[in-house]
Design a protein around this ligand. Structure first.
Ligand code: 0PR
Length: 355
């Protein structure tokens, strides 16, 4: 049988995965068989994980990156589940709830179901950001966690994090920021999103998205170690006495690839990538606007536009890997592999379809 090959990224326009940095690819391969879940046996990868957390803490402006708590998760889903679990475990309500904007990723629905917490989703403002009055009305004495998104999956919006944090803390709840995708872009913008911008408690930031690590490599970072302590279970027969991660055996490739990518790219490489992505998003938004489509302004490099179903389907049939938002807009995520020449070819294809 012919060997299967991974597909090329040429026509992948709606994915948050991307071509890993060459150093990440190489490091991931070398650490394929080591398990950061057993740090007493796999010491090298365990110290790489400390470095990964320090780098993630530095990019999210943690007050003390060298001693920040956190770990490399299997992705944003696990980081979000763990943030909910940690807040729930630290809250004493009999019927805890989590308040999140409608734009929150569906991983919070999984978290709520798994953990038996009530997920209260609240509507957005017309600018696709969390409606503060609605969040304020939804929190109560049983709220364990308020979620804000810094770079929403569909429209790349950044919720008002400092204000949400105030609402959370006034209610006695923890504050979690989901910057799974936005975290590697936001340090180069003036948005308020990080540990430095507000007294947030936990943050998701995924090296395997804009960080150019190999899959799987997500990240959970906490302001205080108590957030991770609340997740620890005893591990009687291991040399390390407790484990705070959700999965047991974990990907050494993910950890080593994340460190290699971040060492190669933080901060200048990511700054350059963010600038190129912003330029590409602005270019595509302009090209679609020129053709009369309704375009949502790309605050972060995600372009959403109302493209009719027939045109969307024809583009898919031509091999473009595109997806739609919940309300049906074409959604192009300008990841590092998305180039101006690729976007030009995409728009030319669209022009051909429209003729
Ligand atoms: N938080 C946010 C803001 C996200 O956008 C995502 C994923 C997650 C959490 C969950 O992360 P993991 O998928 O790492 O667990 N958002 C992407 C999306 O829904 C996931 C994705 C990635 C989908 C690549 C398709 C794809 O090809 O678009």
């Amino acid at each position: 049988m012919q060997q299967a090959e991974p597909q090329s990224f040429d026509r992948v326009l709606s994915s948050m995965c991307t071509e890993p940095h060459p150093a990440a690819r190489e490091a991931a391969e070398r650490f394929l068989a080591s398990n950061p879940g057993d740090p007493a046996t796999y010491e090298t990868v365990a110290s790489l994980e400390d470095r990964a957390v320090e780098l993630l803490a530095a990019l999210s402006d943690h007050p003390n990156p060298g001693s920040a708590a956190g770990y490399v998760t299997s992705g944003g889903t696990e980081a979000n589940i763990q943030a909910v679990r940690s807040a729930r475990n630290r809250h004493d309500a009999a019927d805890p709830n989590v308040v999140a904007p409608e734009s929150a990723h569906f991983s919070f629905r999984k978290a709520a179901e798994l953990l038996g917490v009530d997920l209260r989703t609240v509507p957005l403002e017309s600018d696709y950001r969390a409606d503060l009055a609605a969040v304020d009305a939804a929190v109560n004495a049983s709220t364990a966690l308020v979620v804000g998104v810094a770079g929403t999956t569909e429209y790349g919006r950044v919720d008002p994090i400092p204000e949400l944090t105030r609402i959370a803390h006034d209610a006695g709840a923890m504050m979690h920021v989901d910057a799974a995708w936005g975290g590697f872009l936001l340090p180069f913008t003036d948005h308020d999103w990080s540990f430095g911008d507000a007294p947030i408690d936990t943050l998701t930031v995924d090296p395997h998205k804009f960080g150019r690590a190999a899959v799987p490599a997500g990240g959970l970072v906490a302001r205080e170690s108590a957030a991770l302590d609340a997740l620890a279970v005893e591990t009687p027969y291991l040399e390390t006495r407790s484990q705070a991660t959700l999965t047991g055996t974990r990907s050494g490739a993910g950890v080593a690839g994340a460190v290699a990518a971040m060492d190669a790219l933080w901060p200048d490489g990511y700054r350059g990538a963010a600038k190129r992505a912003a330029g590409n998003a602005a270019w595509l938004a302009g090209a679609l606007d020129d053709r009369g489509y309704d375009v949502v302004d790309p605050e972060l490099p995600i372009v959403a536009a109302a493209v009719p179903d027939e045109e969307f389907t024809a583009l898919r049939e031509a091999g473009w890997k595109i997806a739609r938002t919940g309300r049906g807009d074409l959604r192009v995520v300008c990841m590092p592999h998305v180039t101006r020449s690729g976007l030009t070819a995409f728009v030319e294809e669209l022009d051909g379809i429209r003729e």
